[in-house]
Design a binder for this molecule. Structure first.
Ligand SMILES: Cc1cc2nc3c(=O)[nH]c(=O)nc-3n(C[C@H](O)[C@H](O)[C@H](O)COP(=O)(O)O)c2cc1C
Length: 350
């Protein structure tokens, strides 16, 4: 049904216009308590066998929505009501900014992929903080992903991230330092350990200082050389970070300028996950993103060592009930393997 709506209607409209309309509809849904609660009851994962715990946070199911959809923390509860086990909002920057000129979001329908060069369009950390302070009608685990304001020079990057962290860490279930988006000039240079170390140390001090110590993760690009993946993993261990999100979009493609996500990213994302697991074992929480399309992908990532899995492009092609469907199928998979809980499957083939 959704495939029909997608191919006959949605794909004929500008991708960003559809995205904005969807966010507005979900923001409206977030303001309708009864419907939101009913949807949450029907679609959110409730079975204890799907629960996972990571860095002291309890997730109702392992599949969450990756950063970039709810950039302004406008509709996280509605997204959770549709069946996602967590929602990563952002990327949020210290200062609000418009992002890159349009068009900046492109569908590659045959490849089940998307290219985006959004450029962290968002209203800024203080606006997001105001939204995150609102009471929530349904339970939702909210991760907050922060990035560098475009106009801030690289030398002042740490202070810019710290400003976002001060505003948002107390309101986040976990905080993510994003140094891997391809659409802010120079951002990915911050993945070099010499620049990443002072940045993570500064943000960690803020995260550690919140009343319940906010868990801190770093999100990396799939285009890092394998040795650089190892170097970031070592740094994360050394600094006592809680986890790594792998991966962001790739710039290794021949299409429009921007980051490619979806099916073509699947193999590299899995490869980076396997490398990380081999390096860090279960000392860090690994969150796998990139090309996750169905329950087989989610299962494969969990077996390879991911405690949490995220998707975004798979949702675009899979429809509104995508996450609820995958969680339902995942529960069946867990039972079929004779496991009591999905957590027993984490890292089994690693
Ligand atoms: C339109 C779009 C916008 C995105 N914006 C962000 C962002 O602001 N911050 C971020 O860390 N990742 C962003 N991402 C990357 C996703 O979070 C994810 O890491 C990547 O798309 C791979 O997952 P997927 O193949 O399931 O989409 C964006 C992805 C898309 C498609």
């Amino acid at each position: 049904m959704y495939r029909l709506v997608f191919t006959q209607v949605l794909r004929r409209f500008d991708a960003e216009a559809v995205h904005r309309l969807t966010v507005s509809a979900l923001a409206l849904l977030a303001r309708l308590p009864l419907i939101k609660r009913l949807l949450h009851q029907a679609l959110a994962p409730h079975d204890p066998a799907l629960r996972v715990s990571a860095f002291g946070v309890h997730f109702p199911g392992p599949l969450g929505l990756a950063a970039g959809f709810d950039k302004d923390a406008a509709c996280a509860e509605a997204i959770a009501a549709l069946g996602f086990g967590h929602v990563e909002v952002g990327t949020i920057t210290a200062h609000g900014q418009p992002g890159n000129p349009r068009p900046r979001l492109f569908r590659l329908v045959r490849e089940h992929a998307v290219i985006n060069r959004m450029g962290f369009n968002n209203a800024g950390a203080l606006a997001a903080a105001r939204r995150l302070r609102r009471p929530r009608g349904v339970p939702v685990v909210v991760g907050v992903n922060i990035g560098k304001t475009k106009v801030i020079p690289e030398a002042e990057a740490a202070a810019d991230y710290v400003a976002s962290a001060r505003a948002l860490a107390p309101l986040a279930d976990y905080l993510v330092v994003n140094v891997s988006s391809p659409n802010t000039p120079g951002l990915r240079n911050l993945q070099a350990v010499s620049l990443l170390r002072p940045l993570l140390v500064a943000v960690k001090e803020v995260a550690d200082g919140t009343p319940r110590r906010t868990p801190l993760l770093v999100k990396i690009a799939p285009d890092l050389a394998d040795e650089d993946v190892d170097a970031v993993a070592e740094l994360a261990l050394e600094l006592g970070l809680d986890g790594i999100i792998a991966t962001n979009t790739t710039i290794r493609h021949g299409g429009e300028t921007g980051g490619l996500s979806g099916r073509p990213l699947k193999a590299r994302s899995l490869e980076v996950l396997r490398r990380l697991r081999a390096k860090v074992g279960d000392r860090l929480t690994l969150v796998s993103a990139g090309g996750v399309e169905d329950v087989d992908d989610v299962w494969e990532r969990i077996l390879a060592g991911a405690t949490l899995v995220q998707g975004y492009t798979g949702w675009i092609y899979g429809g509104p009930l995508w996450a609820a469907r995958i969680h339902r199928q995942l529960l069946r998979r867990v039972r079929r393997h004779g496991l009591k809980s999905v957590t027993e499957a984490i890292g089994r083939t690693a």
